[in-house]
Design a protein around this ligand. Structure first.
Ligand SMILES: *[C@@H]1O[C@H](CO)[C@@H](O)[C@H](O)[C@H]1NC(C)=O
Ligand SMILES: *[C@@H]1O[C@H](CO)[C@@H](O)[C@H](O)[C@H]1NC(C)=O
Ligand SMILES: [Ca+2]
Length: 275
């Protein structure tokens, strides 16, 4: 039964921006963050949120739409996003740090589209939440160790973190679990770490993990991966540390591992092996 529910959630790829579907939380995609400001894009892609939806996305996570001043404060410490999003009071704009021909009309500063009279227009969202746990991130370096929020302390309740890894085109990502302790339950419905062999949490599902057994290493099939960590309202645990390194495409490697069926293998070796 649980497996069936889970499967239907997987097939639910015409996703709305955020919310619960069959008991599984689907969130908009976390992108960049600075000074308490972060950019969110709808799960269904760029420029899909109305003003009301953008507001709801931020408030759902305990924050609110960023003001122009908050976005500017973040921009001053390097927050650069090439996508227009809703701000407080129905304003739309985006923060540009480096002038570029393709973004921001060659200027730096907040590119300001002003206060929109039509709140049904669809843009991304800029949220502000100074109390939000530093959680998730975008990594482009060739190796990195990342940890559950607060590690080595226990993670907290009600967390949603996304880590996006994007390495050079032509390289693969090798994930290695160094420590792993996430509230255990039979179907990993309470707290879990999900791994996707893609740059979102819709495509390329690899596995969902909980408990205190170290998952096997995972090797991507391309140069991007997404990890999603979700915790519910009670019971925490030690959390995790995960290292990734990059490797060349398998044709060059001689370790004998065939990664072409990686996704499937790990799906079966994950907690949903019972399927
Ligand atoms: C408001 O924007 C939406 C989405 O772009 C559009 O469909 C609608 O026609 C606009 N309404 C008005 C009154 O311009
Ligand atoms: C990997 O396995 C697939 C299917 O079993 C096979 O078609 C492919 O040639 C294998 N690749 C390598 C590099 O061994
Ligand atoms: Ca929990």
């Amino acid at each position: 039964m649980i497996a069936l529910i889970f499967f239907s959630a997987l097939l639910w790829d015409k996703a709305q921006a955020w919310g619960f579907k069959d008991g599984v939380l689907h969130n908009s995609i976390w992108l960049e963050r600075a000074a308490g400001v972060y950019h969110r894009e709808s799960r269904s892609g760029k420029y899909q949120l109305t003003y009301a939806e953008a507001k709801a996305v931020c408030e759902y996570e305990g924050g609110h739409l960023a003001t122009y001043q908050q976005l500017e404060a973040a921009r001053k410490i390097g927050f650069h996003v090439c996508a227009a999003g809703w701000m407080a009071k129905g304003r739309v704009g985006y923060p540009i740090v480096k002038a570029g021909a393709n973004c921001g009309f060659g200027k730096t500063g907040i590119v300001d589209y002003g206060i929109r009279l039509n709140r049904s227009e669809r843009w991304d969202a800029y949220c502000y939440n100074p109390n939000g746990k530093e959680c998730g991130g975008v990594f482009t370096d060739s190796k990195h160790v990342f940890k559950s929020p607060g590690y080595p302390n226990e993670y907290e309740n009600d967390q949603i973190c996304y880590w996006h890894i994007r390495v050079n085109y032509g390289q693969l990502i090798h994930l290695q679990f160094l420590e792993f302790d996430v509230e255990d339950d039979t179907a990993c419905m309470a707290d879990f770490l999900e791994i996707y062999d893609s740059y979102d949490d819709i495509n390329g599902f690899v596995g969902r993990f909980c408990g205190d057994e170290l998952p096997d290493d995972i090797i991507s099939t391309g140069n991007v991966m997404t990890l999603k960590f979700l915790t519910d309202a009670s019971v925490t645990a030690g959390g995790f540390q995960i290292r990734y390194t990059t490797m060349d495409t398998p044709s060059k490697s001689s370790d004998g591992k065939n990664t072409t069926s990686q996704g499937k293998t790990n799906f079966l070796s994950g907690k949903f092996g019972i399927m």
